[in-house]
Design a protein around this ligand. Structure first.
Ligand code: TRP
Length: 349
């Protein structure tokens, strides 16, 4: 019998998980648990490459850890852990850095964007501090994935380049030191892109402010209020009976609500309402009402689960440590093999 594929993915720690995070990634992670052996990581070490508040990082990471459990990541089947609890990965990161070309790293789009290279050179003359951590970001990501010898990595399109780099690093290691790593494939699964309800021309994001996002564990009243005031038409409504509904798009605000309705498990209702929209008979209050109901039903369950976890887990930090131990057992095995092949020592025990 073919063994189950090993899946790995990571998410940045933020104190609030939005429905954008959920529908865009985590919902898919939850589903993958049925078919694959999954490892999911809260990448606090990656978060340190952007300006951050040291006093808040640990609580944000713990909050994201709890959010993943509340959203349906099942610690009995899945390893879910916080990156900094597994020092084996950072050692592997160093080893892999010696197999990574500087040219490749400096050509990464994300690095160029974040370092401002696209805006004008890497000189730091303007006072911006460009850390080497930003450059190393994809090496650490490769170490994450390869430490668990993952086969598949579910990520968005923006991470394809980093995955390509991870494959190159794995290949170089295997060629030079003998086979150890599978070349991790990008798992392109249909993901749902959620837009801001207050400005449906932009992606839902916490950085735009509280009007622009809906938290996965937000109170029912607040969710209903945000859906009720969601921007719908940005001008042109279709003429009544405007004909074939094929792959035509409604206004961004309407599309966003239809997307949410479908993502909450009501695709048939969403289809019907899209038809009504093009027939000119859709009442926006109906769409908003149905979407709010669906969202409240789905998130209500998760909000309860979250409260339950917080009530039950009196020692959250202990729980985080326990999961870290499980992750270390796997990463440690890989690291031992990597050390042996590359000719380095293990630390004294
Ligand atoms: N870079 C990823 C992102 O920004 C997060 C991440 C870190 C990750 N390590 C990973 C994703 C390993 C997949 C696998 O979304």
């Amino acid at each position: 019998m073919p063994s189950r594929k090993r899946v790995y993915s990571g998410i940045q720690p933020t104190a609030v998980m939005t429905i954008g995070n959920y529908f865009g990634a985590v919902q898919n992670w939850v589903r993958l648990q049925d078919e694959c052996d999954c490892v999911y990581c809260v990448v606090d070490l990656h978060a340190m490459t952007a300006p951050y508040d040291a006093a808040e990082l640990r609580s944000a990471s713990t909050e994201m850890f709890v959010s993943l459990l509340a959203a349906g990541i099942d610690p009995d089947r899945t390893i879910v852990y916080i990156q900094s609890t597994v020092p084996e990965q950072t050692e592997l990161c160093w080893m892999l850095a010696t197999l990574t070309s500087l040219g490749d790293l400096s050509r990464m789009t994300q690095f160029k964007e974040k370092s401002g290279l696209l805006r004008g050179g890497l000189t730091e003359d303007d006072g911006t501090f460009i850390s080497a951590g930003l450059l190393f970001y994809p090496v650490l990501q490769a170490a994450d994935i390869l430490a668990y010898r993952a086969d598949c990595v579910p990520v968005g399109q923006d991470q394809s380049q980093h995955l390509e780099l991870s494959r190159g690093i794995a290949r170089r290691f295997n060629t030079r030191f003998g086979h150890l790593f599978p070349e991790p494939e990008t798992l392109h699964t249909p993901i749902t892109k959620v837009l801001s309800t207050a400005d449906p021309t932009r992606k839902m994001s916490k950085s735009l402010g509280p009007k622009h996002y809906i938290g996965l564990f937000e109170e029912e009243d607040s969710i209903r209020r945000k859906i009720r005031s969601a921007v719908t038409d940005s001008g042109t409504a279709p003429a009544a009976g405007a004909g074939d509904t094929g792959d035509r798009k409604a206004s961004p605000g309407i599309e966003n609500l239809l997307t949410l309705l479908a993502a909450c498990g009501h695709p048939a209702d969403a289809d019907r309402m899209r038809e009504d929209y093009f027939a000119g008979t859709l009442r926006y209050v109906d769409l908003k009402g149905l979407t709010a109901d669906a969202l409240v039903a789905l998130t209500g369950e998760m909000r309860e689960r979250r409260a339950d976890i917080l009530r039950r887990e009196t020692d959250l930090e202990g729980r985080v440590m326990e999961m870290g131990e499980r992750a270390r057992a796997v990463a440690g095995e890989t690291l031992a093999l990597a050390r042996e092949k590359m000719g380095t020592f293990a630390p004294p025990t």
